[in-house]
Ligand binder design. Sequence first.
Ligand code: GCU
Length: 327
Amino acid sequence: MMTRKNLLTAIIGTALTFGVSASSYASTTLKLSHNNPRDHAVHKAMDHMAKEVRKLTDGEVRIRIYPDAQLGNQRESMELMQNGALDMVKSNAAELEAFSPAYSAFNIPYLFRDKGHFYKVQEGTIGEEILASSRNSGFIGMTYYDAGARSFYTNKPIKTPADLKGIKVRVQPSPSAINMINALGGNPTPLAYGELYTALQQGVVDAAENNIPSFSLSRHSEVSKYFSLDEHTMVPDVLVISTKAYDSLSEEHQKALKQAALSSMQLMKDLWAESEAKERAKAEQLGVKFISVNKTAFVEAVQPMYNDIEQKNPALDQIIKRIQAVQ
Ligand code: GCU
């Protein structure tokens, strides 16, 4: 049997044969799981981050990305990360609500006035506080990724909340998303993203809601022909790392990782805009109609959510009021 020392010598020997420097053996490879396809803007942004961090650390920190839910859906990936089998996960604020309640703020409908307001929050003190809030739950947020606005899609136009009455609407497993559909008069049905195509096709659910790139790249555009631009939420994607993996990095490597993550967040803004235009055009070619919507009735219908939070959830209410105050 090969001893540990012999094994190491053999590995280093092989490495030297291939011209790899001995220092690369001190390298850390962080495994990152997410559920979007490779041609999704967020995959490209994270690919950029992986290259950046490798460059900034002279190859000592590497990130290996597993896309397409290969290693499990978002919830399963979070659990694998908590068990130490994965180091990083790209999820989104809706899904993270179950793991750290501060993320709920991003799931409240019609909270952000526009994209400029949203960017100021994600890149400002409130955004950073939310990313740091989950440290004791075993993970730390590194950055947000623009994921546009989410709207309803089904096989008829949704122009007012009345059009959702009695309809089964797929939501992410997020209490805020469930409350939102209830407030709008629909029937919320939590389901993992990967199960949604078949659920729409077979009528297990009637409608869903998402941003345009995810709608098109998951081919939901084949089975839902009306995309109503009510833009109820701006739920960012979020990149997280386990507290254990983060703490095992040197301070210098932690800084490099953050820098690479922030650089990919900035790149994502352009990638997102390009992707929204391209995927909308692709969906239109498939016969999808994009419907413009007067948002007033939607905004009014969700107001009880704000009153409820004010009465029952002071911590979240405070975050919401701080977000509203950001100019
Ligand atoms: C977004 C996000 C996905 C997520 C999906 C969903 O599109 O990019 O990661 O799974 O929403 O609705 O579940």
